[in-house]
Design a protein around this ligand. Structure first.
Ligand code: GLY
Ligand code: MN
Ligand code: MN
Length: 432
């Protein structure tokens, strides 16, 4: 794989260089300097949270943990990488990998925190406030010019072949974790042990995951971003929801699977199957030119049919949507752009950088774009039994089968999530 990967990475860097150079010409900059950022210790402590380098820096440099480093793009020289590599006997010194991409940069290993020498007509892009707070003398140039930053974000929306290879590999590694998590659940493990099985099988430490893994059993499966890992297995096992990823060279997988436990009603397993069908039918519609907001609305049509087909709602599809029934069962968006960030940049802007917010009726939607080849999106329909959201519907005359809902409540909910690239003639599902 690596030969293809490195060839693709070279093409990725070539494309990025010409795109940055066009933007420099368009907006009249002599240089664009990307600051990787740095971690700051917890207040009153000397311990640091996990650091993740700025996405635009990682777009070029696959060192997603590089701190205090800069990449400077010039109109007519090789990009210069100022890589912070302190002489340090407390930590393993920073070393560059022996990979061909390194040769694309003029590399300066900096033993001290170093600011690049820049002229006035430079753009400095990154966490400039953190730099200011560190007391550093900022390089000359305009900090984070808005129009330029939106244009750089837009470059991240369409993935190169290299980025798609990275996302596919992140998916492959994550899926090994999902299989181990399922096996641990079958073996009656608790949430923490399922998390540990996931991490072991996907070969990563917890601080390296692209987002906090969601490992929820029973009602926790209905907490959308459930953030704990119980250390004891529950007496009854109705369900397990695992929403967990993996990074590969800075690119993130974001996959969800839901599993039935031995104590769930048979209907829950049927509904999991139905949600897989919803996910697959929505993916089958992916193609260039498709409007993601329309597809999100299509998810609500599909969810209305699931509710009706399984005797959870006895009104019409239109009524289920118009009266907010499907939204009470699924309050989140259909999906989002995926890349270096799990919720990647530019999802709520047009290609020219204008704001394109989520529609009022669907405030949680993170992507409002018309799909284009090279976009990578998640498709993640869900169906949950969240007491807080269903409660207001109980006092209405809406034809909801509360007996069935109450039987399903201990299962929490279902989400099925794949990662898909839009191709010129359709789609390619990256999730194995
Ligand atoms: N894991 C967060 C999400 O699915 O968007
Ligand atoms: Mn997602
Ligand atoms: Mn997810």
């Amino acid at each position: 794989m690596s030969e293809t990967l490195f060839r693709q990475q070279k093409a990725h860097l070539d494309t990025l260089l010409s795109a940055y150079r066009s933007l420099m010409a368009q907006y009249d900059y002599d240089a664009i300097a990307l600051y990787s950022g740095h971690a700051t210790p917890h207040y009153g402590d000397d311990q640091m949270p996990t650091f993740q380098a700025f996405g635009h820096f990682v777009h070029w440099v696959p060192l997603w943990q590089a701190e205090h480093s800069w990449l400077v793009i010039h109109p007519d020289q090789r990009p210069t990488l100022y890589l912070y590599a302190p002489t340090d006997f407390w930590h393993l010194p920073t070393a560059l990998p022996q990979e061909p991409w390194v040769g694309e940069f003029e590399v300066k290993l900096c033993t001290d925190v170093t600011m690049p020498a820049l002229g006035e007509r430079s753009a400095i892009v990154g966490d400039i406030n953190a730099l200011r707070e560190s007391g550093a003398a900022l390089p000359q140039g305009q900090p984070n010019p808005e129009t330029l930053v939106h244009a750089l974000d837009e470059l991240r929306m369409i993935k190169s072949d290299y980025e798609i290879t990275c996302l596919r590999e992140a998916n492959r590694l994550a899926m090994a974790g999902h299989e181990a998590a399922h096996a641990a659940f079958a073996g009656a493990s608790c949430e923490l042990d399922i998390q540990l099985a996931y991490l072991a099988a996907s070969r990563q430490r917890e601080s390296h995951v692209p987002y906090a893994n969601i490992i929820g059993m029973n009602q926790h499966a209905g907490v959308l971003h459930y953030q704990h890992y119980d250390v004891r297995a529950p007496r009854q096992r109705f369900s397990l929801l695992v929403d967990a990823g993996r990074r590969f060279r800075g690119y993130s997988a974001d996959i969800t699977r839901t599993h039935v436990g031995p104590d769930a009603p048979a209907l829950f397993e049927t509904l999991i199957g139905a949600l897989h069908g919803v996910k697959d039918r929505l993916i089958a519609r992916l193609a260039p030119g498709v409007d993601f907001v329309t597809l999100h609305e299509q998810m609500h049509h599909e969810l209305a049919e699931v509710l009706i087909d399984h005797d959870l709602f006895s009104g019409s599809r239109e009524q289920a949507i118009a009266e907010g029934v499907t939204r009470a069962f699924c309050p989140h968006g259909l999906g989002h752009s995926l890349g270096i960030h799990v919720h990647d940049v530019a999802g709520l802007r047009t290609a020219s950088g204008e704001p394109s917010p989520a529609p009022e009726a669907h405030p949680a939607l993170r992507l409002t774009r018309t799909l284009m080849p090279g976009m990578v999106v998640t498709i993640e329909p869900g169906l949950y039994f969240i007491p807080m959201l269903l409660m207001p519907l109980r006092n209405t005359s809406l034809p909801i089968n509360w007996t069935r809902v109450d039987q399903l409540a201990p299962c929490g909910g279902i989400r099925i999530e794949d990662n898909v690239v839009i191709t010129p003639d359709g789609f390619d599902n990256l999730t194995p």
